[in-house]
Design a protein around this ligand. Structure first.
Ligand SMILES: Nc1ncnc2c1ncn2[C@@H]1O[C@H](COP(=O)(O)OP(=O)(O)OP(=O)(O)O)[C@@H](O)[C@H]1O
Length: 613
């Protein structure tokens, strides 16, 4: 087990903030956590006013930041010619904040997403070598990093090396981020240089900030162009898409922290919540729109949102977004509406897993991109101890009970540690929750058949520890950053090894350690080989019986979802000769086309989208 950057951050902060590195969606401070109200329940702007900002206004695009020359490239230099046709009011707000937007958001009214932090004290200090030397990043020194593409910008070691701007730097400090994580070290300079990026890095390694920082900084750097007047359509400058409502909410919360007092306005839109509230929020002004695909398509079809001013497009969990369930919607949003084409916008794709077939598909959306893999593509972090136990179907409940009893006995003051239990079906989730509650284990569920309000309530109750057991379907498998999840139990294993990687990645985040237990039986044979390989790669103890199952050739490969050998490639598909024979389309090593896309089996059947979105 390694210690790492998050532990080191805590040390550097002298333990003053518990679990500073895992503040995540629920807030960088306890104050922001308790003040949280889910977006769909916000019926009006909060009345509580934050203290007036100590500085006078948002940065000017031209004079505030010392961005080196054409790092943003010609993409954002001049407003596109069609802006003039829309009846723009001319003045706009220039590089100004929301105060100058008619009927809009003013920075003075911006709710402090950090709660009552010591902003003034933080403002006085700057990043310094001294702070960073206290951090043990050695654990990551040997992490394999692969980059490919033309003229890859070099990585940085500190935030101070990159000019993200004063306001954003202050927010980074408020988040207690002392030093960039490995993926941030590489991805941020690449994105700041204006390059398209396909980035793969392990779960919990800070990918959200890796795409948010360049977007926020890029918007500030490029200035806030005037938007059309006389229309209720809104024109965001950046779009961040994610597969689940809860993940979109979390990214929104994070992005709001990062963009606090920068003048950049972040709005979220997702399904299952009243659209009118989201429309009102959008009409108050939006620079960065975080959305789930289904709700966005709805907004686009109603002409409430136009994508014609998009400069930045980020797909979080990009492989999931381009898998069968979402790909048509993503294609519609990116290619068939009014979004500037690739090459004109900057596109960033992030995930912990990136099967080569999906890489090929994703390359349709990218232009002369850089591929970045921090750690092996699709690998799990070795901060998570993985255990696999052979448990026949009929014994699963009693086995779970044993685990939970043991955990409770070992817990502080007999308290149950936060435990996330993954099951395959929504019905199975409800049944298990009921059974757990009957047996005096407080549990709740999150799955696609629950109302959005129930889902959010369940998540809050779990995060707070009031209901320390969350039974979930794959809707909670990706991206959710829940501090203190001690144990992930795969009560039912998924069909696909990448889903397993994401599920167990709900623990062992931000450098913290975690435990993952899987119940394996005959129904999981198709996963044996890839599971054994994954565990081996993450230096885990592989039980002999699993090795034996894995060695049986007939069980290899895993339900045809992945072409064999693709998984642990850990590399850019453009370098793989077998993927280049079809030729055409790609702007690097040939490639193009849809490869094995039609072969995708398992995973998410038709109709899954609505449950996710
Ligand atoms: N530079 C940093 N220093 C300390 N903590 C950080 C830093 N960057 C991010 N974090 C924290 O690490 C945690 C994980 O980050 P994040 O949710 O972005 O991971 P991720 O790579 O997107 O994970 P996943 O693959 O599961 O989506 C968060 O709590 C975040 O606040």
């Amino acid at each position: 087990m390694r210690s790492s950057w998050a532990d080191a951050v805590e040390n550097a902060n002298s333990g003053s903030v518990e679990n500073a590195g895992t503040s995540g969606a629920s807030g960088a401070s306890a104050t922001s956590k308790s003040a949280y109200v889910p977006p769909h329940l916000r019926s009006k702007q909060p009345t509580a006013e934050p203290p007036a900002p100590s500085h006078t206004g948002p940065p000017s695009a031209s004079d505030r930041f010392g961005y080196g020359g054409a790092s943003g490239g010609p993409r954002y230099g001049v407003p596109r010619s069609d802006y003039g046709r829309q009846g723009y009011g001319g003045g706009g707000r220039g590089a100004g904040g929301w105060g100058s937007r008619s009927g809009g958001w003013s920075r003075e009214r911006e709710v402090n997403p950090f709660g009552n932090d010591d902003a003034d004290g933080l403002a006085e200090s700057t990043f310094s070598e001294q702070e960073n030397t206290g951090i043990n990043f050695d654990a990551y020194e040997d992490i394999p990093v692969e980059t490919s593409g033309d003229n890859v910008p070099p990585p940085v070691n500190t935030f101070a090396e990159i000019d993200l701007g004063d306001a954003l730097n202050l927010n980074i400090r408020r988040c207690k981020y002392v030093k960039p994580t490995p993926v941030q070290r590489h991805a941020i300079p690449i994105s700041l240089a204006g390059r398209d990026l396909m980035a793969c890095a392990q779960t919990g390694s800070g990918k959200t900030a890796a795409f948010c920082f360049p977007i926020i900084s890029g918007i500030m750097r490029g200035g806030f162009p005037p938007r059309p007047r006389g229309t209720r359509t809104v024109f965001p400058l950046a779009l961040i898409l994610s597969p689940t409502r809860e993940l979109s909410m979390q990214i929104h919360e994070e992005a709001r922290k990062f963009s606090y007092q920068t003048g950049v306005k972040v709005v979220v839109a997702y399904g299952g919540a009243p659209i009118n509230q989201q429309l009102r929020e959008l009409e108050r002004g939006v620079d960065i729109l975080v959305a789930t695909p289904g709700r966005l398509v709805d907004l686009l079809e109603r002409a409430k949102v136009s994508l014609q001013m998009i400069r930045f497009l980020a797909l979080d969990e990009a492989d999931r977004m381009l898998d069968m369930g979402f790909e048509p919607q993503i294609r519609k949003i990116v290619e068939q509406m009014d979004m500037p084409p690739r090459g004109e916008r900057q596109t960033m794709l992030f995930s912990a897993t990136f099967p080569k077939e999906i890489q090929r598909l994703a390359s349709d959306f990218l232009s002369n991109y850089i591929f970045l893999a921090v750690g092996r593509v699709g690998s799990s972090t070795d901060l998570i101890v993985q255990r696999v136990e052979f448990v026949p179907e009929s014994d699963k409940r009693s086995h779970l009970m044993d685990l939970l009893h043991a955990q409770r006995a070992n817990g502080v003051h007999g308290k149950q540690a936060l435990t996330l239990v993954f099951v395959e079906t929504k019905k199975g989730a409800d049944a298990l929750e009921h059974w757990l509650c009957m047996n005096h284990f407080p549990a709740t569920t999150i799955h696609g058949d629950r109302t959005q309000q129930e889902r959010e309530l369940a998540l809050r109750s779990f995060k707070s520890g009031n209901t320390p057991i969350l039974v979930a379907t794959d809707v909670a498998a990706r991206g959710l950053d829940i501090p203190h999840v001690a144990h992930v139990i795969n009560f039912d294993l998924p069909n696909d090894i990448d889903d397993y990687v994401h599920r167990i990645g709900r623990t062992g985040r931000a450098g913290k350690t975690g435990l993952a237990t899987a119940f394996f039986n005959e129904s999981n044979m198709s996963l044996a080989k890839s599971l054994a390989e994954l565990m081996q790669e993450a230096n885990q103890e592989v039980p002999d019986w699993l090795t034996r199952y894995a060695s049986r050739a007939s069980y290899g490969g895993g339900k045809g979802r992945r072409s064999s050998g693709a998984r642990f490639g850990g590399r850019d598909y453009r370098r793989d000769s077998s993927y280049n024979r079809s030729g055409g389309g790609s702007d690097y090593y040939g490639g193009g086309g849809y490869g094995n896309y039609g072969n995708y089996g398992g995973g998410y059947g038709a109709g899954a989208t609505s449950a996710w979105d």
